[in-house]
Design a protein around this ligand. Structure first.
Ligand code: UT7
Length: 329
């Protein structure tokens, strides 16, 4: 029997117009361009301005562009999954809102919360529906408005994050392309190092939680860095070994964009040259669930059908994951 695989048949991205530069951040907190660029690789990030606009706005823009460029009608979509850590609301989920905004009706849609690994998790989930033959066309969105949970008086975090969204169309492939393998992992004991404590069921929002800034992202950067370097590199190496890949047979590493130094360590461990690493952290910063689809969108014109791509991510939770796919077009 021919194996059905879930192949990415279209990719699109969206970043808001406003660009927050390192120079502007220098006016806001005690930081400087040299520190930010040398420690992270980030030069600027896009920020969503405008009353009443959440992650769904950016996700919907990415999906609208995706439907247009792939000539797909909203009524042909069977399912939409949105990876986000900054949903518009606690409920309803952002995927429901995106569907409504783009005219995808009467199908299932739900969010996945796996912080910076969200897109790898969501692709893994989406691929199951295609591989079983249950659905023909599934959209996976990664959308985050990180500026909504960033404390712009905290220099340790405010320089890192940006806003953006990306969306991928997944369809069945029987020619050997598509998602070949994926590994997802988590370790909730990493929670103290990277979190947003306030606003959920453990610490519902009160004056006190706001006074204590619990509605903002907290990160112990040095601790997270240690775990990220090890786990992202290990899991990328593991998926390569499992699928008999080496540094030559991998055409592209598509890493989560949290820190240029973590990306370089991962590429190094994989034996992949930096010329084969997708990187756009300098322009977008860390957009959480959106980093990987934004990379695919930026590098789309360089990709060839059958290219071997390894996606790798690490994030809050802790969560991490790697995915091996052959590019579908
Ligand atoms: O995407 C989800 C997963 N997240 C990650 O993978 C992020 C992992 N962590 C990192 O990327 C890095 O830890 C950071 C970029 C966040 C920080 O870099 P670092 O080299 O680990 O710096 P640090 O936190 O150890 O701080 C070193 C020094 C400190 O000063 P002292 O205590 O040595 O005097 C900080 O106060 O740098 C200082 N510092 C800054 N200085 C200028 C921290 N932030 C800044 C800043 N500008 N923005």
């Amino acid at each position: 029997m021919t194996q059905i695989r879930a192949s990415i048949t279209g990719i699109h991205g969206y970043v808001p117009d406003y660009i927050l530069t390192n120079a502007e951040l220098e006016q806001m907190v005690a930081t400087n361009d040299e520190w930010i660029v040398s420690r992270t690789g980030i030069k600027e990030r896009h920020i969503l301005k405008g009353e009443g606009l959440g992650s769904s706005h950016m996700g919907a823009e990415a999906v609208k562009g995706l439907l247009k460029k792939t000539n797909t009608a909203p009524e042909d979509i069977d399912l939409l999954i949105c990876a986000t850590t900054t949903p518009d609301f606690i409920f309803p989920c952002t995927a429901n809102l995106i569907c409504d905004m783009v005219g995808i009706r009467n199908v299932g849609s739900f969010d996945i919360q796996a912080a910076c690994s969200g897109f790898v998790y969501a692709l893994t989930m989406a691929s199951q529906f295609i591989e079983t033959g249950k659905y023909k066309k599934v959209i996976v969105v990664g959308a985050d408005k990180m500026s909504s949970i960033v404390d712009y008086t905290d220099r340790k975090t405010c320089i890192l994050f940006g806003d953006g969204a990306g969306a991928a169309l997944l369809e069945a492939d029987t020619e050997g392309n598509g998602i070949i393998d994926s590994i997802i992992r988590s370790d909730g004991s990493g929670y103290p190092y990277l979190n947003q404590k306030g606003g959920g069921s453990r610490y519902p929002p009160t004056h006190e939680t706001v006074d204590q800034k619990m509605h903002y992202v907290f990160q112990d950067g040095a601790q997270v860095f240690k775990f990220a370097v090890k786990n992202m590199a290990d899991i990328a190496a593991e998926i390569m070994e499992k699928n008999q890949l080496d540094g030559h047979s991998v055409d592209w590493l598509v890493p989560h964009q949290a820190n240029r130094r973590i990306i370089e360590a991962t590429a190094n461990r994989m034996g992949v040259g930096m010329d084969k690493v997708m990187m756009n952290i300098d322009r977008y910063g860390n957009t959480t669930s959106a980093t990987i689809p934004l990379c695919l969108w930026d590098f789309e014109s360089k990709l060839k059908k059958g290219d071997n791509l390894v996606l790798a991510a690490f994030g809050g939770g802790f969560t991490w994951g790697a995915l091996y796919l052959k590019w579908g077009y």
